[in-house]
Design a protein around this ligand. Structure first.
Ligand SMILES: [Zn+2]
Length: 562
């Protein structure tokens, strides 16, 4: 609800210069001061008048016909959904925006529009075009506000789990190696592989980070990236690091792309891209070179390893059956900071992945993670986070052009939200990184529309809140103000959106537990534990039914005639 603040604190509508002049004349100043003030006021209000004489939105929006016709079109599209797409999904794609809560989706939409010169609010993200929507309850079994490991186990393995653990049920306890055995749960990526599909993982984080690792690993600690990060007791008790599990658990993952090179090489091995830099050196204590092992295993199987954009884009996907792409020692850089010569974008990685995977007639399962939306928010750097989200949306659009809703179920969701938000009665078309159009009526200072509930953006200058108009708040690494100081901003606890399109996309609707997602996706693709419906006549793709029935009619007619 809007309050008197809106009309009392700032002027939303232009004020005629003559009125300001009148007001100025009542002030008790010297005649010269008076004259100067009046001139300045008259000039500035004249400028304001010129700028605001036109509405701040497209003129067509004043016409009810514009809104009525748009709504009628939307209604027509909604009515078309009465004919459900019950095809079998040959292909499954899951786009996971790490930390992409609903405020992030809305802000990314506005940013996308503003990047192409529009006011932004009316823009459609690629995910906005998906016909079905659900809300996912993200809590972990032991946490109200979730982390990315327990949630990954939910939306990949179909089972809710404890925070910090991947690919194990809630009977396994974080960091307790001896609770692993017997509590492993498998992922939809494995169900797809077992059903003869090709499978792929593409991420902007390390390939052994929380989200992708739940697709192939069973680990009670998400931070056990290599044995170099593991406690000796856990190693002695037989627990395996996540990089090793990537190579051993499902040995023929067709496409793996992301960062995380250093976890594949023996300790102190110099990195190919950053030779001699200590922080980028190999971390493995067991002396194994997992990249070399992978290359040897793939010899004669059209397997390729690449570590830079040039080599990736030089590949002919028709001649590649297995691809390991490790583009950084750790996570990939933020898209805004990316060296476009050496580092591939998420969209480029997705395009190559689909070209390789779709060669399999049995179809594919692809997990794509926009993993650094989360990191941008943790840093309080909203601009980085939102550009990551816009880039993931671009990848969703590219995947949409390369696949068909007749045989590909695409789902877009997040693991959890963040304490990120934007507000402040900003006007239409206001830069998403801009200021609210008023100052605080408590400390008399301006504030940005984007704010965090907590995080590193909390800042006091001389005991009071920093005046943001004295700094560059539109800079890439600007940290938006936070209410509570924390070195790392936290996740948010509210539900996240699940967008879906393609065969059986309608199964993803309503407010659902997060672990339902892979169950619905597997059902649509006739893989995993529930495939009875696939054997019945009704499950034949609708497109095949008219052909079958015409053949049947022809057969009956032939018998009648003979
Ligand atoms: Zn996070």
């Amino acid at each position: 609800m809007r309050t008197g603040l809106e009309s009392g604190t700032y002027l939303r509508f232009p004020v005629r210069p003559s009125l300001l002049k009148e007001k100025a004349n009542y002030q008790t100043c010297s005649p010269l001061e008076d004259m100067m003030k009046v001139t300045v006021l008259a000039l500035s209000s004249c400028l304001a008048w010129l700028c605001q004489a036109k509405p701040s939105f497209p003129e067509q929006e004043m016409d009810p016909a514009y809104w009525n016709s748009m709504a009628q079109n939307t209604l027509k599209n909604a009515l078309a959904l009465e004919h459900l797409n019950r095809n079998v999904a040959n292909n499954l794609i899951l786009f996971l925006g790490d930390g992409m809560g609903i405020p992030t989706v809305t802000a990314a939409r506005i940013l996308k529009g503003q990047l192409s010169g529009h006011s932004g609010e009316e823009t459609e993200l690629e995910m906005d075009k998906f016909p079905y929507l659900a809300l996912s309850k993200t809590y972990n079994t032991d946490a109200q506000v979730a982390d990315s490991a327990g949630t990954a186990t939910a939306y990949l393995c179909g089972v809710k789990a404890n925070e910090g653990t991947v690919g194990v049920s809630a009977a396994a306890m974080r960091s307790q190696c001896n609770t692993t055995a017997g509590n492993e749960v498998t992922s939809i990526l494995k169900w797809a592989k077992d059903a003869g599909k090709s499978v792929g993982i593409v991420t902007t984080t390390r390939v052994n980070h929380a989200t992708p690792s739940a697709a192939y690993a069973h680990c009670v600690d998400r931070d056990w990236f290599s044995d170099g990060e593991m406690p000796t007791e856990a190693l002695e008790a037989g627990c395996k690091d996540i990089a090793r599990q990537l190579m051993e658990n499902i040995p023929n993952i067709d496409v793996i792309m992301g960062g995380g090179r250093k976890y594949m090489y023996p300790k102190n091995t110099s990195d190919v891209e950053y030779p001699g830099e200590r922080k980028h050196m190999g971390t493995r204590k067991d002396g194994r070179n997992l990249v070399k092992e992978w290359r040897e295993r793939m010899k004669g199987q059209r397997g390729h390893y690449v570590w830079n954009r040039k080599d990736l884009l030089a590949l002919n996907p028709h001649k590649v059956d297995y691809l390991l792409g490790l583009f950084e020692p750790g996570d990939l850089p933020y898209d805004l900071d990316r060296n476009t010569e050496t580092e591939p974008s998420l969209t480029e990685m997705v395009e190559v992945a689909i070209k390789i995977l779709r060669k399999n007639k049995n179809g594919f399962y692809l997990l794509v993670e926009g993993g650094r939306i989360d990191h941008g928010h943790h840093d309080g750097k909203a601009k980085q986070a939102l550009h990551e989200a816009v880039e993931m949306d671009r990848a969703i659009g590219r995947a949409g052009l390369m696949t068909s809703i007749h045989d590909t179920l695409t789902v877009v969701t997040a693991d959890h939200s963040h304490v990120f938000n934007f507000g402040g009665y900003t006007t239409r078309g206001n830069s998403i990184f801009g200021l609210a159009p008023m100052v605080s009526d408590v400390d008399q200072k301006p504030f940005t529309a984007i704010l965090y509930g907590n995080g590193p953006g909390f800042k006091m200058v001389n005991g009071v809140r920093e005046n943001v108009s004295t700094i560059d708040y539109s800079e890439n690494n600007y940290r938006a103000q936070a209410a509570v100081p924390l070195s790392m901003e936290t996740h948010g606890g509210e539900d996240v959106a699940v967008f879906s399109k393609g065969p059986m996309a309608h199964l993803l609707h309503g407010v659902r537990e997060q672990n339902y997602i892979p169950h619905a996706m597997a059902y649509a693709a006739c893989i995993g534990q529930n495939t009875r419906h696939c054997r019945s006549v009704n499950s034949a793709p609708p497109s095949a039914l008219p052909v079958l029935s015409s053949l049947g009619a022809l057969l009956i007619l032939t018998q009648l005639l003979c």
